[in-house]
Write a protein of this length. Structure first.
Length: 93
């Protein structure tokens, strides 16, 4: 049995990130997708619209490093402004 890839997408409440999430769900049914959002209500609404059991909510604010490190230290994060590992010491590189 193959392990599911775990993906964290931030800012999924609307716009391009919501579309990336929608397409990821459609193309990768074997992925477990976490939605990173500052607003629990908006995140739950996005999940409801997508209606998929492989989507989960993670409340986090990408402006602060502490919640990111606590929630996703071993993951590579996708954010529409770029890629970085949560454990990177300098978030501006």
């Amino acid at each position: 049995m193959t392990e599911k890839k775990i993906v964290l997408i931030t800012g999924v409440n609307k716009g391009i990130d919501f579309e990336i999430a929608r397409q990821s769900i459609t193309r990768h049914s074997d992925w477990k997708i976490w939605f990173g959002t500052r607003s629990r209500a908006k995140g739950l609404e996005a999940i409801k619209q997508l209606n998929n059991e492989n989507v989960h909510l993670l409340e986090l604010d990408v402006i602060s490093d502490d919640p990111i490190k606590a929630a996703a230290d071993p993951l590579v994060l996708y954010h529409h402004s770029g890629f970085r590992k949560a454990s990177d010491k300098n978030p501006h590189t």
